[in-house]
Design a protein around this ligand. Sequence first.
Ligand SMILES: *Cc1c(COP(=O)(O)O)cnc(C)c1O
Length: 427
Amino acid sequence: MTDYRFDTKCVQSGWKPKSGEPRVLPIIQSTTYKYDSSLEMGRLFDLEEDGYFYSRLANPTCDAVAQKIADLEGGVGAVLTSSGQAASFYSMFNICGAGDHIISSAAIYGGTFNLIGVTMKKLGIDCTFVDPGISEDELDSLFRPNTKLVFGETLSNPALSVLDIEKFARAAHSHGVPLIVDNTFPTPVNLRPFEWDADIVTHSTTKYMDGHAVALGGCVVDSGNFDWTANAGRFPGLTTPDDSYHGITYTEKFGKVAYTTKLVAQIQRDLGSVQSPMNAFLLNLGLETLPLRVRRHCENAQKVAEFLESSDSVTWVNYPGLPSCASYELAKKYLPHGSSGVVSFGVKGGREAATRFMDSLKLAAVVTHVADARTCVLHPASTTHRQLTDEQLIACGTSPDLIRLSVGIEDPEDIIEDIAQALNAVR
Ligand SMILES: *Cc1c(COP(=O)(O)O)cnc(C)c1O
């Protein structure tokens, strides 16, 4: 296949119609697939042949979109899931279980922090959370014989800290385990983690990839680069026979796609958080315009961040495109073309002023969401983190005055005018 440039892949990858087939990716709204003989179907069940038999395992619409995302990230395979949460869980649970240990950056999405720190802990998987700024020596010292993976977020939600992917990948690889990164915020438009030695990428496709706030979804992408057999002792699930598939050994039979094959054949089969074909269709529409939208989100957010920094009603601004940002240097390395549309900042007057500022906005809507075409805003202290005291807020990396603004693709002048009038109303 011709190796097209990135923007072309966003439009053309995935669905490849044969002569006379629909030009646009069809929604295969069918749970089942018909065969002429049970022998034929049996071969599919044994993973002897590729094909469809039940949409919990595979669906042509979902597969085409997964293939597109694999192309965009430069991976060998990808699996769509029902949400970003399912993608994060599957990406880790595919290679760890009770009695195992993982290392994760602490600067991650709250839902993932809870998934790892509470739910996976209940399953017997222990985690050491680390500050992403940790030194390489200290990081090295945290690995145990039962450590199975390292996890991080390339650009964290909501702290906007940029992960030093190379540092985390080096540490992981020197201990024979893969680095898994959630690349939701930058999207492959701004950052392709496999180019920096990450092994597996996850996405909440609910955010910029869909981009219109219409379809929940997730995705796990495998680079195909991690050598499971060289570290066979740590990953028996991949390197020894799977009794639930007639003794197939994934690494022997599937080579570079061992990880994704196991994720579908075992984890999706047993846990079932699949994406619906309808959502995959909507996601595909989003992907077609992803580069156009992401560039506009970033341009707009840069302007908004600069405006906020110049306002005397604003006490602080956090945006990786500002030289004042703690992640500025890492952003220059990993995100030279922009980070995302998300900006966080504080207004003078703390929690109470933040609430009044939000209520005065006219264009920006108050919603629990980020990363869609419409500018939206959230004040964690009065919503998602409402039950916490000011001290508790600071301890978990937010603050009473923190406002998270997800800058949309409207005209930047309108967004800035709206913010300016709301800041005036708070004075
Ligand atoms: C939203 C989000 C998730 C969770 O995704 P859902 O699709 O809401 O389940 C995971 N990681 C990041 C970085 C997110 O922003």
